[in-house]
Design a protein around this ligand. Sequence first.
Ligand code: ATP
Ligand code: MG
Length: 251
Amino acid sequence: MPQSNLAGGSSVPLLRAENIDVQFGGLKAVDDVSLDVAAGEIVGLIGPNGAGKTTLFQAISGFVKPNRGTVWFDGARIDGLGPVEICRAGLARTFQIVEVFPTLTVAETLTAAALFRVKMAEAKKVAAEVAHLVGLGAKQHVLCRHLTLPDQKALEVGKAIATRPRMILLDEVMAGLRPSEVTTVMALIRSLRDKGITFLLVEHLMEVVMTISDRVVVLGSGRKIAEGRPEEVAANQQVIDIYLGEDLTRA
Ligand SMILES: Nc1ncnc2c1ncn2[C@@H]1O[C@H](COP(=O)(O)OP(=O)(O)OP(=O)(O)O)[C@@H](O)[C@H]1O
Ligand SMILES: [Mg+2]
């Protein structure tokens, strides 16, 4: 009797980026990068400042058109699609530089994100659910311009969740947070993964990346220089060399 492979070892990855190049004038910000993320995985993407992490996110999420390479999500080609179509396919993202709508409340912002997929009555329900999920349940009627940075970051994650994604790209959502707030966000990511959401996350806080990730991909000067389980990557000499002199715990 044939055995099914529930672990997914031989199945198609949820996200596959192949040979991605992104060129800005004379600078190759992303240089021939390939990576796979399986459904249910949490993959960490690390590398020094300017390594190309955000640019790779831009290329995967349709904000920048790669100069070369293909991106597959859930079995379909998505490179060439715009950000809205990619989000509709179930791939959401957060932004490293958080920008809130200053005159909207938390509830209105989350409702707007939820309207992406459902009608108004349902969107309001989704917004309330998501607000509680990301710890903003008591602040639903607060104007976004009055939110603290941690609350803005929580809202950023909430906006992504409200679009009902299968996968979320998180770009430094923990930067600038206090240790207790970092712990809260890590618990949230784990609980969402348990609900079936897949994550690719950029984070400079090494102890966070190494603790939460199933696998880690390392970029240096636009190229993928290492990939593996956290302990393998942490022991990789090339990785140690590129991080030499950097404070790996900077928030
Ligand atoms: N829109 C752009 N136009 C021109 N150059 C860009 C643009 N966006 C990024 N770059 C350059 O591409 C390189 C990669 O930048 P990117 O923001 O992807 O790095 P990163 O790994 O996210 O860094 P950080 O850890 O500081 O966020 C950098 O040299 C950056 O200056
Ligand atoms: Mg970045």
